[in-house]
Design a protein around this ligand. Sequence first.
Ligand code: SF4
Ligand code: SF4
Length: 360
Amino acid sequence: MKDHETLGERLAEQGISRRAFLKFCTALASLMALPPERAAAMANALARSQRPSVIWLSFQECTGCTESLTRSYTPTLESLIFDMISLDYHHTLQAASGFAAEKSREDAMKNFYGKYLLVVDGSIPINGGGVYSTIAGRTNLDLLQETAKGAAAIIAVGTCSSFGGIPNARPNPTGAVAVSDIVRDKPIVNISGCPPIPAVITGVLAHYLTFGTLPDLDDLNRPRSYYGTTIHDRCYRRPFYDQGKFAKTFDDEGARNGWCLFELGCKGPTTHNACATTKWNGGTSFPIESGHGCLGCSEPHFWDAGGFYTPLSAPVVNIEAATLGAAIAGAGVAVAMSSLDRNKIRRAQQAHEKLTVKEL
Ligand code: SF4
Ligand code: SF4
C-alpha cells in the first residue's frame, strides 16, 4: 500500500464501485448533519483528498475512547484506518512497540510537519513536572508539547482531553488538565463524552477530509452539528416532560410507562451531545432509552458536578417553543436563534456550576 495516496486511488485499487462509495458518503453526510444532496460533492472531494497522517496520543485515560472508536460502524474502523486516514501512531492499535513505535511518531512529525492531525485522548498530569504518566520515559506533557508543534489541528477526544474529565476530579492529585490548558496556538476541536460517540469522531475526521477545515464549533470548541442541542431538546421522553409526567423511582409505574427521568436526576436539559439522535451501538439505543437518566458526561465539571440522582434545580427553557416563537416573528430570526443558542450554552454551564457548588 502506498503511503498518503488519495482516497480515490485507494478505493480504485480495492475495486470499490462509485455506487458503494456514494452510499458510504450519504451515510457520512447524514452523520455530519449535511443534506443528502451534498453526498455527491462530498464523494468527489473525498476521492481527491490525500489521506492525512494522524498521530494519536493516549495520556491519562481508561482506553474507553479508543474502545468507543472501535465500535464505530459508519465508517468501520478498518475503513477509517486504512482508507480515510493514515494512522501513523496509536499506542493501543499499532503493531510496533518500543523504539520502532517512537520512530513512527518522529517520522510522521518530520515528513508531514504542519500537515498532520494530532488526536489526543486522556488528560495531561502536570503536577511534579508531569511524572504521573510517562511514555517511552517521557512525560505526557513533554510529548504533547513536542507533537503539537507541527500539527495542523488537534482533536481532543473524550471529556478527559477536552475538559480534564475524571482524572481532574477533586482532589486531582496528578494535576490533570485538558489539552487546551497546555496548547494555546493551534486549532482544537473537543469531542467530549465519557466516552465520546464513535460516529462523532469519524464525522469530524470526515469533515476535515472533505472540506480541509474543522467543523463549526460552539463556545466550548465542540462541533455544533453534534453538540448544538441538548439531550433534552431531542429526547423521545420529552412529551412526558412537557406534560409533567415524571418517574419517581426506577421501578414505578411511570418508569415502566417510559415517563421523563428528570426527577431521578437526568442531566439531559443541561447536556449537549448527540446521544438522543445518533444513539449508541449502531443506533440501537442510548442511556435514557435504557431507563437511566443522562449523567452529563460531555460537559465541563463532569464528575465533580455529581448529583447524578439529584434533580436539576435550574429552570429549563422549552427551546423548541422559543425557536418557534422567533420563527413566527419573521425578521431577525437568524439573530434571535444564534443568541438563543449562546444563551442556552451559557445557562447549561451556569446550571452545572450551580450544581457543583450545591453538591460539594
Ligand atoms: S429530563 Fe431527561 S428523560 Fe426527561 S425529557 Fe429531558 S432528557 Fe429526556
Ligand atoms: S446520555 Fe448523557 S451521560 Fe449518557 S453518554 Fe449521552 S451525554 Fe453521556
